[in-house]
Design a protein around this ligand. Sequence first.
Ligand code: ADP
Length: 235
Amino acid sequence: MIHVEGISKTFAGGFQALKSVDLEIRRGEIFALLGPNGAGKTTLISVICGLVNASAGRVLVDGHDNVRDYRAARQLIGLVPQELTNEAFTTVWDTVTFSRGLFGKPKDPAHIEKVLRALTLWEKRDNRLLELSGGMKRRVLIAKALAHEPLVLFLDEPTAGVDVELRREMWEVVRELRHQGVTIILTTHYIEEAEEMADRIGVIRRGEIVLVEEKAALIHKLGSKELTLHLHEPL
Ligand code: ADP
């Protein structure tokens, strides 16, 4: 579904955040990109989604080059950021409908209803965002990202800063989406989250993918302790 080939990113000022990253994401899997803060997770996601230009390399999204064929590639991607931006006075329904419109897709109330029901937001459709709980706001972020019917969903640190109960709720939502056939890529610095959710795990450190494995094989091979070391060694 996603083919990442030789992606490097050097920011203005000379800092190299990504160093020749190669990665394949399979159709229908949940892939966890695991790494400490500052490892390059958000930068890699931003490059794959075409929001940040790479310094070298290329990304194909279902065969579409994400720079030369940006519109086609971007249509296939839903991106769930960490926080809602300033839409406090808009209703859930309007927020999600507007997101679909941004992709130039025709209105489809039946699809919006399906998304809101899947995320148990249907009863809240006429509420303004400022009236929602933290968990509901997180679900609105996902609903927005699904509004244009993407095949791939990126979740950037979906449970950063949320309590245990809400974390479990988010995991359930993500599993259900995969069940419906959406390919999922999530970034996390919680090893438990990768263990809990992923089919495969990629570990990124200092802008390099240091390993990619089936979750079971990885846990078996390294044991969580060594994996934890990867995550807590100083950058
Ligand atoms: P992660 O998501 O794994 O926490 P990021 O991708 O956000 O890591 O950041 C990777 C590194 O790149 C960090 O050292 C960060 O400071 C640096 N970085 C991120 N964005 C920029 C930018 N726009 N300009 C310069 N450096 C940046």
